[in-house]
Write a new protein. Structure first.
Length: 522
């Protein structure tokens, strides 16, 4: 089931295992059980520290295609229901390695915060094996389970449990339930999971006086906020100058991580967002750069030495600051949008497209991302209707031509979406206005994918630097902001054309400008 190349790679990964790990599969009958058993036995064959156990777990597991992890004979709260192949294969491998003693990649302050949970928390994460956002959630919660015996996590492959998907009214992934109740839906990162948990369990909150496990850093020369292409480029250029550098980010890769097809990064004919993200992080790790991942900046105090407060309660003092926080998906802002996220409204066609197989869907937005989404969805769904506010599509001509070749893609331009209509808790129609005639019309459909651009992640900068009315950080040709010693680069700024290659160049420029600033300061 697993190729020899994969098994060889696994043998290398597991060579340093310290503890014995058992993959305990529930006994019983299921059409997919033999496939799961073969899958697990293949994995276990690569190390003497791994074995597969078939056992009646007395209700611990959901079905005969569920298995749990035991470290040295003790369950560690991690369960997989389904065959974690596809994007979830890495989730299983990481869970095995971490169960066997590989250090967790969570900041010390975050680990301390998770350790404070005293309530019993059982997470269920519904995934699609084609979803590239789902592993982030599964892997984060798996780490939480290993940090605290009060936390348990179960990955559930929605494709193998259609009855549960229907019963829980799931139309988007990842869908996270906590103790049987909806907790989170759609793309969510570790920092957001922590925010949601902290809001429910205030005892997890940290302050500057509660920093057990947190690393105390000396004053940094440069602190970079954000770790997409711009932030990583800035960090590498600063480190190459011999400066003390820290990068703070809620997740590495930023929006790039959600982009499946990248064909305009010069000298790289074709790649994917997850692959490029891995390469960015690997390049950055070649340098002595401190990483503060899964954390947000809550406040900035300007001055000769800038003070940066983090969501963990930590504070970083730094001589120069580079803002590279990128942007997030722009919402339509119409009735029925927020109310139906996960019930027919989605922002990631790669993640949620499979849930609409054979159905009629809408894509709102005629730029590159919108037309690409329509083309991708056309191979899965029954029909796609593309809605664009302007009289013409804004996408590159090559994409427009591809979309027009698809018989099941209908393009409507010069229309304004007014409402997303639901019936019995699921999207049933989209109401729009013909901007020529003013006539209101309604198209029946089952899903709406919103692809109308990005909003800069700059809310935390209010009063710190000048921003436009759209929230973009105002910079000059040297990436300088209105505040001395604070620089900005990438999609969060006023620089036009939000492209990966441009963000990388702007990140390098911001870092060189910061270096010049520091040299002048002495």
């Amino acid at each position: 089931m697993l190729s020899q190349d994969i098994l060889k790679a696994l043998q290398g990964y597991t060579a340093g295992m310290q503890n014995n790990v058992s993959l305990v599969i529930q006994t019983g009958e299921h059409p997919k059980r033999a496939e799961l058993l073969e899958f697990l036995q293949s994995i276990a064959s690569v190390s003497d520290h791994l074995d597969v156990v078939e056992r009646d777990t007395a209700g611990q597991l959901r079905s005969p295609i569920s298995f749990l992890l035991e470290a040295e004979g003790h369950p560690n709260g991690i369960v997989f229901s389904g065959i974690p192949s596809g994007h979830e294969f890495n989730s299983l491998v990481l869970a095995i390695l971490q169960s066997s003693g590989t250090p967790l990649k969570l900041d010390g302050a975050i680990q301390a915060s998770i350790g404070k949970v005293s309530d019993s928390l059982k997470f269920e994460v519904y995934v699609s094996l084609s979803c590239h956002n789902c592993p982030d959630v599964v892997q984060a919660l798996n780490q939480f389970a290993q940090l605290n015996p009060n936390i348990a996590v179960e990955m559930i492959d929605g494709g193998l449990y259609p009855d549960l998907v229907e019963a829980n009214n799931i139309q988007g992934v990842p869908a996270v339930f906590l103790n049987g109740e909806p907790f989170a839906n759609g793309k969510i990162d570790t920092a957001q999971l922590l925010d949601k948990l902290t809001s429910r369990y205030p005892a997890m909150s940290a302050d500057s006086a509660d920093s057990a496990g947190a690393e105390t850093l000396p004053t940094q020369d440069v602190t970079v906020i954000g770790a997409g292409p711009a932030g990583v480029a800035a960090a590498i250029y600063a480190a190459r100058k011999g400066l003390k550098v820290t990068v703070v980010a809620d997740r590495f890769g930023g929006q790039v991580k959600d982009t499946m097809g990248i064909e305009n990064l010069i000298s790289v004919p074709s790649t994917t967002g997850p692959k490029l993200t891995g390469q960015l992080v690997a390049h950055m790790d070649e340098y002595d750069i401190t990483r503060k991942e899964h954390l947000r900046v809550t406040a900035i105090e300007p001055g000769d030495i800038k003070s940066v407060s983090l969501s963990s309660g930590e504070r970083i003092d730094t001589r120069a600051l580079i803002i590279a926080t990128g942007a997030k998906w722009r919402e339509l802002g119409v009735p029925g949008e927020k109310e139906n996220i996960g019930n027919g409204v989605a922002y990631c066609p790669h993640c949620d497209g499979p849930f609409f197989k054979g159905k009629d869907v809408a894509v709102v937005g005629g730029g590159n991302s919108g037309v690409e989404a329509a083309i991708d969805l056309a191979g899965i769904v029954n029909s796609v209707t593309l809605y664009e506010f302007l009289p013409q599509l804004k996408a590159d001509q090559v994409l427009v031509e591809q979309a027009r070749k698809r018989a099941n893609i209908t393009i409507k331009t010069n229309v304004a979406v007014r409402e997303i209509i639901a019936d019995n808790g699921k999207v049933a129609a989209l109401a729009y206005e013909d901007r020529d005639s003013g006539e209101l019309q309604r198209d029946p459909l089952h899903g709406v994918f919103v692809q109308i651009g990005l909003l800069p992640n700059s809310d935390f900068l209010q009063g710190v630097v000048e921003t436009t009315r759209f929230g973009e950080v105002v910079i000059n040709e040297r990436c300088e902001t209105s505040t001395a010693g604070i620089f900005a680069c990438g999609d969060v700024t006023t620089v036009p054309y939000k492209q990966i290659v441009i963000a990388m160049g702007e990140g390098a420029k911001a870092s060189l400008s910061a270096f010049d600033y520091l040299m002048r300061q002495g």
